[in-house]
Write a protein that binds this ligand. Structure first.
Ligand SMILES: Cc1cc2nc3c(=O)[nH]c(=O)nc-3n(C[C@H](O)[C@H](O)[C@H](O)COP(=O)(O)OP(=O)(O)OC[C@H]3O[C@@H](n4cnc5c(N)ncnc54)[C@H](O)[C@@H]3O)c2cc1C
Ligand code: FES
Length: 457
């Protein structure tokens, strides 16, 4: 179940770390966030080393739908209520700026990656309660416009189904994420299949060698350490599904239902990427998500042939804003970029710009809303209880006999079998393992122990 990006991109030759190196900054993780951060730091004159456990782009970046947009669902009215206008403007303007920065990098490096500008639409379905949806959408448009985004209402779209209305952001973009990364990776000092085993202060250890640097950036999707930072308390992962359909015609714009459970649509040539069916990772005992997407695809595009199907997951923070900046006050030389809530294309570029500035001593007026130090345990109690409630329930389910369970190597939650992907998934923080117990996704960093992995369902 490979994405269309992985199917048509040659990852190139592997260079592994050997021995000891010194650098100004070591970036752990070569997904979109890590490679962009490394590249912008290199442009700013820093010596950067990137260490990747697998291949560049092999993580969630390889499963994205690669819309580059500041239109992140119904976000701006919510942000303005929660953070106030000043910080919400930081979110809006840095995500808008990220689109232009992608264009600059594509042009500067001459990367051929199908980058194109296009409008982005957030649509309200017609039908029952449509007026209520439209009222919420009008408020969202007003909030986005008040923060400086040229958001407009739209009545007509190219979608093959009627909508009650939509919010449109002009001049957003799409690209081929792995062709783009192939261009960027050539510019940085990257070591693949060089997974980090431990970090002590600013010394980063792999099985093959050590890198000593002035600062460490964790761009590993979900930081694995329990302390400092307590990221396991503040993020869960959500998985979504994509099918690629040969529809024979292309949508010019990119589309997302305003409702969380609705569809996402974008074209890549005459292949349509239809996304949706999201759920908390580890909570998919029934399966049927691909079939439901395929059913909707058949209704919308009768006769279209399926070219690929895949799924991926992303980290969701307590307040829907990524954590970008110093990882914790207790570790002044550690930095982090995580929690992109399925908007990690602009999120990765925002991370790269903020971390470049933080690590080169430049102040960035947009940094405050993203600071990872914003965990206010007291104010977050209701949300934290809701978020960790699931984790506690899943930890307590470990009270079943050992032979009957598979237990996650991150913090010991009991795993659930995912019939859709034939994987063992952790409902606490989203680690995943294949049937043989090999690690697929973190925050866990180790495969299942043999005693737990050998008995299948
Ligand atoms: C179905 C789906 C569709 C999406 N579509 C969009 C979209 O259209 N637009 C958008 O903006 N966002 C989208 N997103 C979100 C976006 O894809 C992600 O936010 C983004 O790819 C995350 O990038 P990353 O670099 O943080 O993580 P990753 O790409 O996962 O990179 C992290 C890297 O760290 C490496 N790593 C981990 N541990 C170690 C270690 N110990 N040592 C060394 N390396 C390590 C991993 O191997 C991996 O390569 C989507 C998400 C999903 C699930
Ligand atoms: S991912 Fe944290 S316990 Fe499994």
């Amino acid at each position: 179940m490979e994405s269309i990006w992985k199917k048509d991109t040659d990852p190139g030759a592997v260079r592994q770390l050997k021995g000891s190196l010194q650098a100004d900054v070591v970036v752990i993780g070569a997904g979109m966030a890590g490679l962009l951060t490394a590249f912008l730091l290199k442009e700013a004159g820093r010596k950067v080393v990137v260490l990747e456990a697998d291949r560049a782009g092999s993580g969630q970046t390889g499963g994205t739908t690669a819309k580059i947009t500041s239109q992140h669902g119904m976000i701006y009215e919510y942000l303005t209520r929660k953070f106030g206008a000043e910080k919400s403007r930081q979110y809006a303007s840095s995500n808008q700026a990220a689109i232009g920065e992608y264009e600059r990098v594509v042009r500067t490096l001459g990367i051929s990656c199908d980058f194109r500008r296009c409008p982005s639409y957030l649509y309200a379905l017609e039908g029952e309660a449509a007026e209520g949806r439209m009222e919420r959408l009008r408020r969202e448009i007003a909030a986005a416009a008040a923060l400086g985004i040229p958001a407009e209402p739209a009545r007509v779209t190219e979608l093959p189904f009627p909508v009650a209305g939509a919010e449109v952001f002009p001049d957003q973009a799409v690209f081929h994420p792995l062709k783009f990364l192939r261009g960027v990776r050539q510019e940085v000092e990257l070591y693949e299949r060089s997974g980090v085993q431990k970090v002590r202060d600013t010394c980063v250890f792999t099985d093959l060698g050590v890198v000593e640097a002035g600062a460490v950036v964790f761009a590993v999707h979900y930081p694995w350490m329990v302390r400092p930072g307590y990221y396991f308390l503040r993020m869960h992962q959500s998985r979504s599904y994509v099918i690629a359909l040969n529809t024979g015609k292309a949508l010019c714009g990119i589309y997302r239902d305003m409702e969380e459970q609705g569809l996402s649509l974008r074209s890549c040539g005459d292949v349509l990427l239809l996304g949706g069916e999201g759920h908390r990772t580890g909570k998919n005992k029934q399966g049927g998500n691909y079939e439901e997407l395929a059913r909707q695809g058949r209704l919308l595009y009768p006769g279209a042939r399926e070219a690929a199907r895949w799924s991926a997951q992303d980290c969701v923070t307590l307040d829907r804003v990524p954590y970008i900046g110093q990882l914790s006050p207790a570790s002044p030389n550690w930095y982090v970029a995580t929690g992109f809530g399925k908007w990690g294309m602009t999120g990765s570029m925002v991370s790269a710009m903020l971390l470049r500035d933080a690590l080169t001593g430049k102040s960035n007026p947009n940094s405050r809303i993203f600071t990872p130090h914003r965990l206010n345990l007291k104010a977050s109690v209701p949300k934290l209880a809701q978020h960790t409630g699931s984790a506690v329930v899943n930890l307590s389910r470990n009270l079943v006999p050992v032979g009957e369970r598979k237990v996650c190597r991150h913090m010991g939650c009991r795993l659930n079998f995912n019939p859709e992907e034939q994987t063992w998934d952790c409902p606490c923080h989203g680690s995943r393992y294949d049937r043989a117990g090999n690690l697929l996704d973190g925050p866990a960093q180790k495969p299942l122990k043999r005693c737990c992995s050998l008995r299948d369902q």
